[in-house]
Every structure is written in C-alpha cells, then in structure tokens.
Design a protein around this ligand. Sequence first.
Ligand code: IPD
Ligand code: CA
Ligand code: CA
Ligand code: CA
Length: 259
Amino acid sequence: MDVNEIKRIDKTVKGWLRESRDNVLRKIDTRLTVNTKSSRTDLVTNIDKQNEQFIVTKIREFDPDARILGEEGSGDEVDSVAGHVWIVDPIDGTMNFVKQRNHFAIMIALYIDGAGVLGYILDVMGNHLLSGGPALGVFDNGQPLEKAADTPLREGLVGLSGPMVLHDDYHMVNIANRSLGMRVYGSAGIDIISVLRGELVAYISYLKPWDFGAGKILCETAGLKVTTVDGQPLGMLSSTTVMLATRKAHRDILTIVGQ
Ligand code: IPD
Ligand code: CA
Ligand code: CA
Ligand code: CA
C-alpha cells in the first residue's frame, strides 16, 4: 500500500476518533447502563457498545471487505490475519470510565496480512492522540513523537497489571522492586502512551488483541520492544502476556523472568 493511501486512511480514522470522543463527552455526565461479563470486575457499559457500533459502522462503509476484531461483539469472528483486519477497543479502561470518568482510551489498529499498518490510542479526557505506523512514524497530537530514551529498569517506573503483581506471576514483585517504582493505571492504552512518552520504561500485562493491537504498532515504530513477558513474538489473535519496553528494560526484565 502506498504512503498516500496510508495518509488517506489516517485522516479518515482521526475523523472517526474525533466523533467518538465527542459522543463520549456528550454523555459523560449521564447515567450509565453497566453490565458485568465474566466477573464482577469485568464491566461493559452502553457507551462501550455504542462506541464500538459507531466505529464498526464507519469501518464497514470505508473498507467493506475488511474483517473487524472488536471487544464488545459488533465485529466479526476473526480466525486468521489474512487481508485487512481492523482491531477496535471502544473503551479501554472501562472500570476507570465507570468509577472515575477519567483515565480511559479508545484504540483502533489496522493490520494487513498480519503486518501492523496504523495504530491509534486516544486518551479521551486528556485529549491526547498517539497515532501512526511504520510508513508515517509516530505522532503525539499531530507532532512527531520524541523518541523515548533507552532507560534501564533500575532508572525508571514500570506499569504493571495489578493481578499479575498480586499473584507474583513471572517474578513481578522482583521486577517492581528492581525499578524505581510501579504504577497500576487500569487502562492498557494509558500505560502504553506512558511508555511511548518515556514516562514508564515498561508495561507488562495479560492482554487481549484489542488491548495491544494499536500499542504494538506504535511502540515498534518508535523503536521499543514488544514481546510476551518471556520474550516470544506476540500472537495477534489470542490472549497473551505482553511486555512493551525500552530495549534496556526489556533485557533487564527478561533476565528476572528467566531466574
Ligand atoms: C482492560 C484494561 C486493563 C487491563 C485489562 C484490560 P478493558 O481493558 O486495559 O488495564 O489490565 O486486562 O482488559 O476491558 O477496560 O477494555
Ligand atoms: Ca472489557
Ligand atoms: Ca481493553
Ligand atoms: Ca474495552
């Protein structure tokens, strides 16, 4: 796909994100309909569903032959990475959205034949959009992103998954202790923005494709490492551990995980 076509898609997706954000902000003070899914901490609201329907409708109009992997069920059953695959997380950090009305993101990614083409993470309340991909570079609200310094674990903060730390999976307590401190933000999107900006040296969690699809494209384009927590390549269609990190912190963490 040539760069002009990628720029055309980029402009279009940014328009969808602006509209999605406006839709969310219009309803931010209204009473939400909140339902539980697999457990009492796994929530979905009317806004998650409306946002997903809105974005999926836009994608279907724009790219009718594509398949869509979405969290809340408006998309398709996607069992291969062939062709155009869009990945949509309509509200990432639903618990934060419900309890804080803050610290949540909207994420969209486009993969073609398994290769990341464009990724978007919009911090809705902060109004920060991280966007881009290998053909364009990474942008922070339209400005080229300043590359994060290659900071080692012992000189930086790490974003970790609360449950993984509580269960001490993969020596998470040790990883936290060797860093300057851990943060648990409750939205993969917000954590990944922090890694991209150099505010965290790593983010580690157990994630689904819609949680890491956009972040993988943006982080790899920005020269960061993206693997499973034990250093394997990520499968794009299944739940997996994910580590997004500076090169040095990635190496430091793999040494701890392997101990
Ligand atoms: C969740 C958030 C959270 C992460 C969970 C995700 P959701 O996404 O990103 O930070 O720890 O694993 O499921 O369900 O709020 O879109
Ligand atoms: Ca969810
Ligand atoms: Ca999510
Ligand atoms: Ca979600």
